[in-house]
Each structure stands twice: as structure tokens, then as C-alpha cells.
Design a protein around this ligand. Structure first.
Ligand SMILES: *Cc1c(COP(=O)(O)O)cnc(C)c1O
Length: 522
């Protein structure tokens, strides 16, 4: 494939040929077809020589397994290749630009990784005597201090395991505070239409009813509509700032005052804190609680379901309800309060078995300390600058739904695709052929056919220019009538268009050996 960037378009002949190639192996160049490990091995084969097991008396009685375990037998090189190839199938922030809006796919500095592996942090256990982990507790306390300082809030719960888990923490704290006030009848939660799906889901899962607030033409909360919804049954508002359209909610102080006057709490979704860190303190805006996604603002890795961390800062009004355990400093020693008694008597319970994700705490603190106050101030500035560079560079070929500059993410709608026969989905799929993970699509819901691009602060101008050039070229090709090409995308991947609905609704998560259910891999 040849790319003629001076004209901003891709020479199509090479692409057509590559898409149609059929190979004997099913491989595409060095992209290899990968069977499941159970389909590759032979039962009974072993990669190493093991001595025969010594004689022993079985103590399991009738519970001992009678058949084989069904593990695949492979040679060591087969195992190494299998897992290496699987690891290469994962497109991550280390393989290329990852413009996923809302998710903030930041570079994970290697310094953080080194710090997290220090034995004093990496090799400890949460059940160790507290006297042997004073350093680790001090690290948690120091990170807590900086989270409170950066947000201007008096308290923080460290144990939540992700943003959505933090939302649960904050909303349960609000519920506990309402009940303590004898106002458990407040069950309505106001959620702007542009909110991340986790906000209404969190409210609903703990028994609140969700009442949506419409957005204005300018992509912000409709202040009048919000005020009209206030009443004696309102528990809280869940608001993101900057919001998921990448815009700052200018009326936020007025919103905070109004919800407080009406007797409710202000939950701020802090997933977009990376746009304002070092510049705006949510505590000054009247926020009662806010989760902080360490994997977004403070560069810890997004685990594929692995350890996440979403500490929640709390206002004076909610601090007493923070979940256990609490780490406190008494007489120069760190202690861990595990029971809802003494100063922690109003704690609403636990969210996790232990203290939270130690490895993520170490990484987040390493990020903060290596940047310093001036560095964090620059981080949010660069994130906003990069997003605006993308927005301004593409405004003439793509369409932006809202006037003016954005915060940390650039939002486009699908008006520029009108009449081309190309949908937002087609457009995003075509990006895969260009070697990019697609941007966020069809979110936020308030914008038709949304394309949300978040570059983050770590991308250099060269990377941004190549990405901008790619989007320009795709937009021009769509307008030039290349709809069929887009419908067929991605064409250069081992798998093309998947039935994503079927995959989500009926996921096949378990492999069974043909004709042998008893040997299923469980
Ligand atoms: C990412 C995100 C969340 C959820 O955070 P997780 O850590 O993925 O659970 C919530 N709200 C917004 C606005 C987000 O961007």
C-alpha cells in the first residue's frame, strides 16, 4: 500500500489486492492465525521431563478425579509462540496512537513500572502485620494527601477498584448520609443526557431512580430544566465536568448551589479530571464527592479487567461515611481501622476485601512526584492543546456539533458523512486498516453519529499530524464516493466485520472438545 500524503489519499490498487489475497494457512503476512491452545496440543504430551510421581495414599476418597484433566500437551516453543502471538494481537497504547475518547489512553511511564516492582511494594501481602508495612501505608497516605490537595477536598476513600466502582462508593455514601439525616425518601437522581452510561447504571443499581436532564444547544446542562426538576425527593445530581462532549460546564457553581439548597448532594464524575488537574480544584466548585480514575488522570495502566483503581474524594458532609478500611496516623505510626467503630463508626462498610490496588497507588504517586506541581499543570494544558489542535485541523472536512474550543477531547458528529453512504461505524472501521485503534463512536448520545477523539498530553505533533492527515484522507474519500470501500473495512485484519451484537449477547466463553463434554476446558 502506498500513501501519497501530499494529496491526502491512499492509492487504492494495493489495498484491493491485499484484501482479496487468500492464503493456504489462513495467515495474512506475519499476522498468524492462532488456534486455541486446546486445539493445538495433544493430550498426554509434555514439554518437560518429569519424574514419575512417588507412591502415595489418596486422601480424597470418592472425590478423586477419575478421568484426565484434559490439559493440552505442548512443547515449550509451542507454548512460547502461542502466548507471544496472543500478546501481539492486542493493540495497546504501547503499539500505537489510541484516540479513544472518554477513556483517556495515556502512555504508562516506565518509571512507574519500576517503582511498582520494588520488593517493599510489590512483594507484600495485605494480611501482613501492620508494623511490617509502615512504608506501604505511608505511600497510601501520601497519595491520599496529594489527591485531596489536587481536588481541594478533605477526605478520600482509597479502596474503590475503578471509576464505576468509585461511583458506587460515592452514591452509597450519599445514601448513608441521607439515611442518617432521616431523609431516605430522597430517591431521585438527576443525570444529564450526556452522562457516561455508568452514572445512571450506578444510581439504578442501588435503588435510586434516574431522571435525565436535557442538554442545551451548546452541549451543556440545561440550567433551567435542571432547576425545574429539583424537589424534596431529589438525592443528588451526577455531573461530569468537563462533560463527555469535552466541554466545561460553565454553570457548575450555580448547579452546586442549587442542588445543595434543594437538600441534595453533588456527585461529580471525575473521569475527565485529566483536563483540569493542577488548574481547577473540584472542591472549590461545590462538589461533594468525585471518583478519580487513576488509569486516566494519573497514567496507571488500563487493565483488561485487571487491577484498576478509582479513589473517591469526599466533602466534609460525606467523609464520615467513607468505606473501611481507613488508614490513619497515630503517635507516629500508621494504623488501619477495619471496624465501623470509634471515629469510623459511620463508615458504610467495605467495597473490597483489602486496602485497594497497591500497585496502582505506587504508579500514580510516581507519576505525580515525577511531574511535580508545574508538570501536572502542564499535563492538563497539553491535553487540552492537543485536542484543540485536532479539532481545529479537521473542522473544514469533518463537522463539529458545538461552537468554540474544546477541553481534552474533540467531538465530531456525522453531518460530514451525510449523503455519502458511509456511517460513523464504517468510518471508524476504516481507521483500523490505517493502523489505528478507532476513536469512541456513537457516544456521547446527545450527538448524532458521534466520533469522540482524545489524544492525551503525551502525543507529539508528528503523531497528531499523521492522524489528522489520515482522518482528512478518509473524510475526502468518503465524500468522493468510496462508500463500498468503507462498507468492506477493515480489510487488512485477520478478522473483518464481526457480528458484535451476537458476540455481546451470546458470547462463547467456553471451549468444548468435540464430542466430549466431560473433557471441557473449564
Ligand atoms: C471511564 C469513565 C467512567 C468509568 O470508569 P471505569 O474506570 O472505566 O470504571 C465513568 N465516567 C466517565 C465520564 C468515564 O470516562
Amino acid at each position: 500500500m502506498t500513501i501519497d500524503r501530499s494529496q491526502g489519499r491512499v492509492a487504492r490498487d494495493g489495498v484491493e489486492a491485499a484484501a482479496d489475497v487468500v492464503t493456504f494457512t489462513g495467515n495474512r503476512g506475519l499476522q498468524l492465525e492462532e488456534k486455541l491452545i486446546f486445539e493445538q496440543g495433544e493430550a498426554g504430551r509434555c514439554g518437560v521431563d518429569l519424574p514419575a510421581a512417588p507412591k502415595h495414599t489418596a486422601k480424597l476418597g470418592g472425590l478423586a478425579r477419575k478421568g484426565g484433566v484434559g490439559l493440552p500437551g505442548l512443547a515449550e516453543p509451542q507454548v512460547v509462540r502461542h502466548y507471544t502471538r496472543l500478546s501481539q494481537k492486542n493493540y495497546g497504547i504501547d503499539s500505537g496512537f489510541f484516540p479513544l475518547g472518554s477513556c483517556t489512553m495515556k502512555h504508562n511511564p516506565r518509571l512507574n513500572e519500576r517503582m511498582a516492582r520494588l520488593p517493599g511494594f510489590g512483594d507484600i501481602h495485605p494480611l501482613q502485620p501492620v508494623s511490617t508495612v509502615q512504608g506501604a501505608l505511608e505511600l497510601i497516605d501520601t497519595l491520599a494527601h496529594w489527591l485531596k490537595t489536587l481536588t481541594g477536598m478533605p477526605a478520600v476513600a482509597m479502596s474503590p477498584a475503578a471509576g464505576a466502582h468509585g461511583e458506587l462508593c460515592g452514591m452509597v455514601a450519599i445514601k448513608a448520609a441521607l439515611e442518617a439525616r432521616g431523609e431516605g425518601h430522597r430517591t431521585r437522581v438527576l443525570v444529564p443526557e450526556s452522562a457516561h452510561g455508568t452514572n445512571p447504571a450506578t444510581a439504578a443499581v442501588i435503588g435510586f431512580t434516574v431522571d435525565p436532564i436535557p442538554a442545551t444547544e451548546a452541549g451543556r446542562v440545561d440550567l433551567a430544566a435542571f432547576k425545574a426538576k429539583l424537589g424534596p425527593d431529589v438525592a443528588a445530581i451526577m455531573l461530569t465536568n468537563p462533560n463527555t462532549c469535552g466541554l466545561f460546564e460553565g454553570d457548575i457553581r450555580e448547579i452546586a448551589d442549587a442542588i445543595h439548597e434543594a437538600g441534595g448532594y453533588f456527585y461529580c464524575d471525575g473521569a475527565n479530571f485529566n483536563a483540569i488537574v493542577g488548574r481547577v480544584r473540584p472542591g472549590d466548585l461545590g462538589v461533594d464527592c468525585m471518583h478519580i480514575n487513576l488509569h486516566k488522570t494519573f497514567s496507571t495502566p488500563h487493565g483488561g479487567g485487571g487491577p484498576g483503581s478509582g479513589p473517591v474524594v469526599l466533602s466534609e458532609r460525606l467523609a464520615a461515611y467513607a468505606p473501611l478500611p481507613w488508614t490513619i496516623l497515630k503517635d507516629g505510626k500508621f494504623q488501619v481501622l477495619e471496624q465501623a467503630e470509634g471515629e469510623a463508626k459511620a463508615a458504610f462498610g467495605r467495597l473490597k476485601a483489602f486496602h485497594g490496588q497497591m500497585g496502582m497507588f505506587v504508579r500514580a504517586l510516581a507519576y505525580m512526584l515525577s511531574h511535580g506541581a508545574d508538570g501536572l499543570w502542564q499535563v492538563s494544558g497539553d491535553a487540552v492543546l492537543n485536542a484543540n489542535y485536532i479539532l481545529a485541523s479537521l473542522k473544514d472536512v469533518m463537522t463539529a456539533p458545538f461552537e468554540g474550543p474544546c477541553m481534552h477531547e474533540a467531538l465530531f458528529d456525522d453531518r460530514f458523512l451525510e449523503g455519502t453512504g458511509v456511517s460513523t461505524l464504517d468510518f471508524a472501521k476504516a481507521l483500523i486498516d490505517e493502523g489505528y485503534h478507532p476513536m469512541t463512536m456513537y457516544f456521547p448520545l446527545v450527538v448524532h453519529g458521534a466520533l469522540l477523539v482524545e489524544p492525551t498530553e503525551t502525543e507529539d505533533k508528528q503523531t497528531l499530524d499523521l492522524f489528522i492527515g489520515t482522518l482528512r484522507s478518509l473524510a475526502e474519500r468518503a465524500k468522493a464516493g468510496a462508500a463500498e470501500e468503507f462498507h468492506a473495512a477493515p480489510r487488512l485484519t485477520p478478522r473483518r466485520r464481526l457480528d458484535e451484537t451476537l458476540a455481546a449477547r451470546k458470547p462463547v466463553l467456553r471451549w468444548k472438545r468435540a464430542g466430549d463434554n466431560a473433557m471441557a476446558a473449564e
